[in-house]
Design a protein around this ligand. Structure first.
Ligand code: ATP
Ligand code: ZN
Ligand code: ZN
Length: 802
């Protein structure tokens, strides 16, 4: 088999198109499926994956594989197959699906270089640019004044050539180890021979006579408080030796972890875990929906199911939403399974991620805890897949491949014949409906493990506050309760629901709202540098002093950011000390953890934050949770806005009273009668489910139908409208009568980064051919997409409708 079938890193429309390459002699024995290779493709060199081998090809004059990047395949055969399925499900390219499975450092980086190929003088500007060198980076040229036609001419004249390099960004970490190079008695002799002044050398020799194992150089120097030069003297005498060895970067300090053992389960937990353990024992696939109120001990159920899997010698994947993947969360798994756990988290450095990935690949761990992409962990013997907080929308990837981790989990679990657990206090309507139908098995944890009731929720009507003359963003009762808690030395969590809540600038005289000149959305005010920023395209401008429309100087910013809330809070309640947690304060690595620790250590009495504080946090001393604006999300153009509001309120309420102290929740709202606010305040999931299912049925939304969102974007508005119109017509010709095609309509953000956006939505129950219809349409526009920068985005089962 001297021919390799390679999926090349190039956007071709047919997802399964492979290219044949000759395998050079030197690679024939080592090359297997799933390895990354470098191949010539046109004038370039590209990265590709070997997906098959053959003895003959229907093409002549095959080019040779130039290089092999892996000695162990980066992808298993199972993952290669899975990639095909994901590509098909999400209508993305096979290569894109495969790339998504690998850590960043394994994704090839391309580099262009310009090489001088003549000794003759180059045209002036080029000669200056080369400045005596033979090769320069392409970026240098781009930064210069030289234009492409000049470059092209030089290439045609045979003066320079452009080279494409593929660089793999692998960085392994090495440390220097020091070990004795002689037997102990020889070290002993050498010690005797040392002059009396060589105290430090003697100390090192004594160390190795007592403990002859190798030790990391830096550690040794620190331990003996000595220097490299002292050590060098001994190395030079060949008494000690040194070598470099690869180490894994471990972002977690495993030494401080104390192991825990399985807790005795409550009756409800027992009932929930039993059927799962049966499936693990019999090696059968099934999907379990674990519906458990906050603090009901879902995590303990996961841990005990995983324990069973480990006993069987199999592996476990645990997915946790990015923002819940806190050190607290990771610790619970490490405490139970020790170093048998790898963590895949986006806050890790690229090198750390790569190391964790290799620990999985080399089967050095049996458990991985990670965010969405950990679903592609290269385990080969999976015994369970767990998705915690299954309702979180971050499980859906927003770029190609637009996969949902839940779907991938179920597909992999079928392949491996193992169970899946979907856990949540507020399951999605989709999952709960499936559990009602018996497609998923339902497990219920209705009580908190501390036997306490859920904290009482009080709704405050902010309109009444206004009528009573209170113009602040804190209702009278919230203010009172905060003061009361501070006096008692208890703590408070305040949620500012930012999503859908703007911090826009508006003129109070004429109502003019300052928008981004490239995107049709309001700019956000950033106080620290007095700038207005667009959150879509990063456009920035200085906050104007006067209204650009009417010159009035009453231009102010509206809405509230966490900063503003903090300011008015400390003005209103001077005793309040606040830790603020939002995207700004948690940007730096480790800052999230630091802020949480400060709060746990009671360095402040209030934790104020956005959505990121609603999840998974467990504070003993928190007895009051306040939601400042419960309804800001309700009015977004998204059919899931009620569901998301219900989920958020339930989750954040669950932060109070999780331990000995009784908790209480205050929800401030302008729409106290809205069912998602009312029902969340009673923790009535069942009633919410019924009510919301009724709405979904009336308006024909999931789970009653499936959705596809097609978004067309281009700089020319007329063209966008026309193309979208045409797509709607083409779709209507093919789909069934019962299928609805909505649109064309402008997207809810009609322009972004100077591109107009139109969309059409397909609602269907059963359209087995739908992907073919859409592919046909995409083929029709392939030329325009390539040449005229037309973009048609297809999102199967979309979560972001904007
Ligand atoms: N069987 C048990 N006996 C005693 N304590 C338990 C038991 N199971 C869990 N706990 C404890 O109860 C608390 C809440 O459990 P856990 O965090 O697992 O709940 P959860 O359902 O995952 O909560 P949330 O959804 O709010 O994150 C934890 O402190 C946990 O250690
Ligand atoms: Zn104005
Ligand atoms: Zn913008």
């Amino acid at each position: 088999m001297n021919i390799a079938k390679v999926i090349v890193d190039v956007p071709v429309s047919s997802i399964n198109q492979t290219f044949d390459y000759q395998i050079p002699e030197r690679f024939q024995d080592i090359l297997t499926n799933g390895m990354r290779v470098i191949v010539p493709f046109g004038p370039r060199k590209l990265m590709g994956f070997v997906v098959g081998k053959a003895t003959e090809s229907s093409f002549d004059n095959l080019k040779e594989i130039s290089d092999v990047l892996d000695l162990t395949p980066a992808l298993t055969n199972e993952l290669l197959d899975l990639g095909k399925w994901v590509a098909n499900q999400t209508m993305s390219l096979y290569i894109t699906a495969l790339q998504a499975m690998l850590p960043q450092v394994l994704k090839a980086q391309y580099k262009k270089e310009i090489k001088r190929i003549t000794d003759e003088a180059l045209p002036d500007p080029l000669e200056n640019l080369f400045a005596g060198r033979d090769v320069i980076a392409f970026e240098e040229l781009e930064a210069s004044t030289i234009r492409y036609p000049q470059l092209q001419k030089a290439v045609q004249d045979g003066e320079i050539s452009i080279e494409y390099l593929v660089k793999s960004k692998i960085t392994k970490k090495y440390v220097t180890m020091i070990a004795p190079a002689r037997e102990s008695y020889l070290l002993e002799e050498a010690k005797q021979d040392l002059s009396t002044s060589a105290k430090k050398q003697r100390q090192i020799l004594i160390y190795f006579i007592e403990s002859p194992e190798a030790i990391e150089k830096q550690l040794l120097l620190k331990k003996l408080n000595t220097t490299s030069s002292t050590l060098k003297a001994l190395l030079d005498k060949s008494l000690l030796g040194s070598y470099r060895t690869e180490v894994y970067r471990n972002p977690y300090d495993d030494d401080t972890i104390t192991r825990t053992t399985a807790l005795e389960l409550t009756e409800e937990q027992q009932l929930a875990v039993q059927p799962i353990q049966e499936k693990i024992a019999s090696g059968e696939h099934d999907v379990f929906l674990l519906h458990g109120v906050t603090g009901s001990g879902k995590t303990e159920v996961y841990l005990q199911a995983i324990q069973e899997v480990i006993y069987k010698g199999k592996e476990a994947i645990v997915l946790v939403p990015e923002i819940s993947l806190t050190p607290q969360m990771v610790k619970r798994f490490k405490e139970r399974f020790g170093t048998n756990v790898a963590v895949m988290h986006s806050a890790l450095s690229a090198g750390e991620k790569y190391d964790e990935w290799r620990r999985i690949q080399r089967k050095e761990v049996q458990v991985v805890v990670g965010a969405r992409s950990a679903i592609y962990a290269p385990f080969e013997n999976i015994g369970i897949i767990i998705i915690d907080e299954e309702h979180e929308t971050t499980y859906k990837q927003e770029d190609q491949p637009r996969y949902h981790a839940r779907d991938v989990a179920i597909y992999r679990a079928e392949t491996h014949q193992c169970p899946v657990i979907l856990g949540s206090a507020t399951p999605t309507l989709e999952s709960f409906a499936r559990a009602q139908k018996g497609v998923y098995k339902l497990g219920t944890l209705s009580k908190r493990t501390n036997e306490k009731d859920m904290p009482e929720v009080n709704i405050v009507d902010m309109r009444e506050e206004l009528h009573a003359g209170n113009r602040s963003m804190f209702s009278r009762s919230l203010k009172e309760k905060i003061e009361e808690r501070i006096q008692k030395g208890e703590q408070i969590v305040l949620l500012l629901n930012r999503r859908g809540h703007s911090t826009f600038v508006m003129c109070r005289d004429c109502g003019h709202v300052k928008e981004c000149p490239h995107c049709d959305i309001a700019l956000t005010f950033h106080k620290n540098n007095n700038q207005l920023k667009c959150h879509y395209c990063s456009h920035e401008e200085v906050m104007p002093r006067n209204c650009p429309e009417c010159e009035s100087d009453l231009i102010r910013y509206f809405g509230t950011g966490t900063q503003k809330v903090e300011e008015s809070l400390t003005k209103l309640i001077p005793e309040a000390s606040v830790i603020r947690m939002d995207v700004d304060t948690t940007r730096r690595k480790g800052s999230h953890e630091k802020l949480l620790n400060q709060f746990v250590n009671k360095e402040a009495n209030i934790l104020l934050g956005t959505q990121m504080i609603a999840k998974g946090l467990d504070f003993e001393n928190v007895t009051l949770v306040g939601v400042l604006t419960a309804d800001s999300m309700l009015h977004l153009p998204d059919f899931r806005s009620s569901e998301k509001t219900f989920q958020l309120l339930t989750q954040v309420s669950g932060r109070a009273g999780r331990h000995e102290l009784t908790g209480e929740v205050i929800v401030q709202t302008y729409t106290p009668d809205h069912y998602s606010i009312e029902l969340a305040s009673n923790y009535d999931f069942t009633q919410f489910y019924k009510k919301e299912m009724g709405m979904r049925k009336t308006f024909q939304y999931p789970p009653y139908v499936f959705l596809v969102l097609l978004t067309v974007t281009h700089q020319n508005k007329v063209k966008v409208a026309q193309v979208t119109q045409r797509i709607v017509q083409l779709l209507l010709k093919s789909v069934k009568d019962e299928t609805t095609v909505l649109g064309p309509t402008p997207s809810s953000i009609p322009r972004m980064k100077d591109r107009y956006r139109y969309q059409c939505m397909i609602k269907y129950r059963n359209e087995p051919q739908l992907r073919d219809y859409i592919n046909k349409i995409l083929d029709q526009y392939a030329e325009e997409m390539r040449k005229e920068d037309l973009v048609i985005k297809v999102d199967m089962q979309p979560y972001h409708l904007m």
